[in-house]
Design a protein around this ligand. Sequence first.
Ligand SMILES: [Zn+2]
Length: 315
Amino acid sequence: MAGIDAELAARRRRIRLLKKLIIIVPLSTILILFILCIILGVRLYFVTKELRNLRTQIETTAVIEQTDPVEDTVESDSLQLYTTSEVDESERIVDAGLEETPEAEEGIRKVYLTFDDGPSSNTGRILDILAEYDVKATFFVVGKEEEEYQALYNRIVQEGHTLAMHSYSHKYNEIYQSIDSYAADLNKLQEFLYDTTGVWCRYCRFPGGSSNTVSSVDMHDLIAYLDEQDMTYFDWNISSGDAASAYISPEDIIKNCTGNIQDFDKAMILMHDASNKDSTVEALPALIETIQALEDTKIVPITDDTEPIHHISND
Ligand SMILES: [Zn+2]
């Protein structure tokens, strides 16, 4: 009898254990899956955030120029006035900006309108507006061999604006591979601009600015290279916000450009000269008028006297 009782008791224990297992196993599986979901969810959140940051960074620093045929007839007409053959060699200026008036006045706020990524099908319109207001700007250009662009490089110079270098190819993955690849791209642009306009450019702006985080090369090394070459680079302290891929209204561009302009003695405004940046062109007249209405404020091009704005220190 005692043997049977013991066997029964053992059996009950086994059944109780089995019952517990039946509850515990699925419960703990669900719990583990739940924890895994939370961990994955958190990771996904950070990865998405990082991606969004990177995307914004790329968008705000690089307007990848689409192929930019000058198809608009008005544009083509205005271009005809400035075909390369009409550029008199003797009129070519050998050093951009040198003949500009010195910017020595104390207490005068200087505003620099700077256009990256041109020339484009919008350059002619930008130049027309600048001429209308008798305002000089700075163009950080890329390399475009087609004939219609040659006329635009020359117009920039002939109309008294500062011609400066951005990048020949504007391809981040190529130029930021090594010092040599950066130097090759910049030298190619420098020589191309000299052949096209007679200007030996010494001012440049890094694609993405000196604070870009896409370069495989330490930006300080590239800055040291520019120093060796007696070239000066310029970042910006005000962004028009026109580099984002999404549409930005002319009103928002003006707000971005002038919202905190009073905080700066030297305001260097980043804008883009690209075929798909019509709202930048549309914003320009009112932007110039708003700036000119500010007290003790002058719009000037970059010259040898311009103290550069730098995002990172030179050391
Ligand atoms: Zn650019």
